[in-house]
Design a protein around this ligand. Structure first.
Ligand SMILES: NC(=O)c1ccc[n+]([C@@H]2O[C@H](COP(=O)([O-])OP(=O)(O)OC[C@H]3O[C@@H](n4cnc5c(N)ncnc54)[C@H](OP(=O)(O)O)[C@@H]3O)[C@@H](O)[C@H]2O)c1
Length: 260
């Protein structure tokens, strides 16, 4: 089972599903209204914490679980590591490496949303918020800014600040379009997550080209676990794990068709 919600999870699912002897299921939180089409059967809606996930793994005879969730999905990653340890099944994480600053970047880091809101300063600025709709509340403490807020689904209710405008959008975002957006909106600062990968890097590259400061919220700590940093590495690790003798915890039917 692949815990998804990322481009990498979708691509990995397609690769592993191509193996003749492997049944792949992808799990989503069920947060977005129009989820992206997935190449394998999907379960959605969560498990009811680590214990619920452990029960699910045992009941389905899952042999291998891959946590390919977004680097900021801290609770799901913690539950996954705990459930894998408790059930004894094969487990590893696929985590995009964080972006690294290059010459010309004007980055500042912030521990969380509140720190990022404070880091914007007192003077009113035109701010591009790309954190997703569930992490906007800290910016209520900085109502002086003019916000442009991008999210996959509408922000409901809207953020209760005097000036906020909303954009709906799902990556990948290309640099040229991001640059036109930043210039067109007269953006003076961006607040973002260090998501890694290419899908949302366009704004980072555009900000660099336009010398716009970027406040990056720190990644949450992930539980210690075996980790792949690329699709290729994850595919090789999965193949290895599936070729290894199954853990004792597996139920008989699952031994026939190796479940991921
Ligand atoms: N956080 C981000 O910035 C971000 C950005 C893009 C995509 N995503 C994706 O959006 C989803 C939710 O992220 P989040 O940060 O809100 O998660 P989170 O705070 O770590 O997780 C909260 C709860 O949501 C459920 N959940 C999360 N991911 C799930 C998955 N892949 N399959 C089934 N249940 C899942 C779990 O519920 P139960 O306890 O009931 O099992 C989990 O305890 C994740 O799949 C993530 O990959 C997140």
């Amino acid at each position: 089972m692949i815990l998804g919600g990322t481009l990498e999870a979708r691509l990995l699912a397609a690769r592993l599903a191509a193996r003749p002897d492997t049944a792949v299921t992808l799990s989503l939180a069920g947060r977005t209204r129009r989820p992206v089409r997935q190449p394998v059967p999907v379960i959605s809606g969560g498990f009811g914490g680590a214990a619920g996930l452990e029960k699910h793994l045992r009941r389905t005879g899952t042999r291998l679980m891959i946590d390919a969730t977004h680097p900021y999905a801290a609770r799901m990653s913690a539950n996954a590591a705990a459930a894998a340890a408790a059930s004894g099944i094969g487990f590893f994480q696929l985590v995009r490496p964080a972006w690294q600053p290059v010459a010309g970047d004007r980055w500042q880091t912030a521990a969380d949303g509140a720190a990022a809101a404070a880091a914007l300063g007192a003077a009113p600025r035109r701010v591009f918020l790309t954190l997703g709709r569930q992490e906007l509340a800290p910016f209520l403490a900085a109502p002086q800014h003019r916000y442009l807020i991008r999210s996959v689904d509408p922000v409901e209710p809207p953020l209760a600040v005097p000036e906020a405008r909303y954009l709906l959008g799902r990556g990948p975002f290309d640099e040229a379009a991001e640059r036109a957006l930043l210039e067109g909106e007269g953006i003076e600062a961006i607040v973002a997550k260090n998501s890694g990968g290419t899908a949302s890097y366009g704004k980072i590259a555009a900000a660099r080209a336009l010398a716009i400061p970027v406040i990056l919220i720190d990644r949450p700590a992930l539980p210690d676990a075996v980790r792949a940093a690329s699709l290729e590495e994850a595919e090789a690790m999965a193949a290895h794990a599936l070729a290894s003798p199954p853990a004792a915890a597996l139920s008989a039917p699952a031994a026939a068709k190796r479940g991921v």
